[in-house]
Design a protein around this ligand. Structure first.
Ligand SMILES: O=C(O)[C@@H](CO)OP(=O)(O)O
Ligand SMILES: [Mg+2]
Length: 423
């Protein structure tokens, strides 16, 4: 059969932070070639699948030659001869081959690279765009681009504790227009920052990283930017926040310390109340990781209080793992889950996580990592998963723009059939 895997090998390449990652190449018997590159996070959940690093001198211990070797030997030996269109069989063969709970033997980075490259090769061989191969003929919804416009926390060295402030162009008629709304606002915010003599340098995901007097000051700047660009906050564009609360919680449970903004120590209840004040004042429609990953009590309370009004997304708490999502659904810890392919390590398991959310009536939010490459797999995957929104950084970094540009291409290709809506 033509879609039989004939060759698999990996290379060590660099990601957007200048750290090593893997690119995996797959070749099929019919001569089809495809490759995929693996992203990497900075603010990670404790239960994420393991990213295998070399711990040697080169690249300060961050090399991935062990993972490359695992692809070139163990994984290649097992998968060559298998049918690339049998994604589930391929992914579960690797899971079995690894045999650990968190993919620590072969490395989730090694496994994911192969998983994505196999999907790309199969789609190419069948002459289907990747989004259609993975999502079927109904994969026509282009996700609302939640563009990260201001960075803090572990993604920037400024005085903002909350990691991400995103613009959500839900009032736009199409993806292309939505992208224009957010890119124009990005530039208008730049103008405001310049005028105030605030830094216009950017964080890891390309959002601005100025020193702000407080977290509130950051959000006020964004609202000013929206208005200056000629849009109505709450109508054309709203705001999404990712606290990434793990990064300012000393015990991952209930001991918060907002160092940079000077707010200092806060309890879980105080964070929840602060969010309530913000929700009264600002057009926020989505809040990710408002609390740390072990703060189940806080998450539950937050969702009970605000879950009717906004999308409450769990990232570090669920790590794209059905084991934790299932528990979260049972306990009503959130009403949405972030989906990051490398948190779990295979395409199949990411699809299973999406399916579990859908079955429970939850939303799911497709996401890049703060360390990325120019790979556009995520754009196609987001359309295939039909979740309606994705986050993949700002308007000024190539590795993020590659995904947005791919979505423009998909919208163009779908023409009249393309859909764009928030709900
Ligand atoms: O916290 C997050 O949601 C992500 C992506 O924005 O960051 P990182 O990849 O560093 O975990
Ligand atoms: Mg997050």
């Amino acid at each position: 059969m033509e879609t039989i895997i004939d060759e698999i090998y990996a290379l060590e390449i660099l990601d957007s932070r200048g750290n090593p990652t893997l690119r995996v190449y797959v070749e099929l018997l019919d001569g089809t070639k495809a490759y995929a590159s693996v992203p990497s996070g900075a603010s990670t959940g404790q239960n994420e699948a393991l990213e295998l690093r070399d711990n040697k001198k080169r690249y300060g211990g961050k090399g991935v030659l062990k993972a490359v070797n695992n692809v070139n030997t163990t994984i290649a030996n097992a998968l060559i001869g298998m049918d690339a269109t049998k994604q589930k069989d391929i992914d579960y063969s690797m899971i079995e081959l690894d045999g650990t709970e968190n993919k620590s033997k072969l490395g989730a980075n090694a496994i994911l690279g192969v998983s994505m490259a196999v999907a790309k090769a199969a789609a190419k061989s069948l002459n289907l765009p990747l989004y259609q191969y993975l999502g079927g003929t109904n994969a026509v919804r282009i996700p609302v681009p939640c563009m990260n416009i201001l960075n803090g926390g572990e993604h920037a060295d400024n005085s903002v504790d909350f990691q991400e402030f995103m613009l959500v162009p839900h009032g736009a008629p199409t993806f292309a227009e939505g992208l224009r709304y957010v890119a124009e606002t990005f530039h208008s915010l730049k103008g405001i920052l310049k005028k105030r003599k605030l830094a216009t340098s950017v964080g890891d995901e390309g959002g601005f990283a100025p020193d702000c007097e407080s977290n509130e000051a950051a959000i006020e700047l964004i609202i000013e930017g929206i208005k200056k660009a000629g849009y109505k906050p709450g109508k054309d564009l709203s705001i999404a926040v990712d606290n990434a609360a793990n990064s300012f919680c000393t015990n991952l449970k209930d001991n918060y310390n907002l160092i940079w903004s000077g707010k200092g120590k806060m309890t879980s209840d105080e964070i929840i109340d602060l969010a309530g004040e913000w929700l009264d004042k600002y057009p926020i429609i989505l809040w990710e990781d408002p609390l740390a990953e072990k703060d189940y009590k806080g998450f539950k309370k937050f969702t009970k209080k605000y879950g009717d009004k906004i999308e409450v997304v769990g990232d570090d708490i669920f790590v794209t793992n059905t084991k934790y999502i299932k528990d979260g659904i049972k306990k009503n810890l959130a009403n949405s889950c972030l989906i990051k392919l490398n948190q779990i390590g295979t395409v199949t398991e990411s699809i299973e996580a999406v399916r579990m959310c859908r079955d429970a009536g939850w939303r799911y939010f497709l996401s890049h990592r703060s360390g990325e490459t120019e790979d556009t797999f995520l754009a196609d995957f987001a359309v295939a998963m039909d979740g309606g929104h994705l986050k993949t950084g700002s308007a000024c970094r190539g590795e993020r723009i590659a995904k947005y540009n791919r979505l423009l291409e998909i919208e163009h290709e779908l023409g009249e059939r393309a859909e764009y809506r928030w709900d």
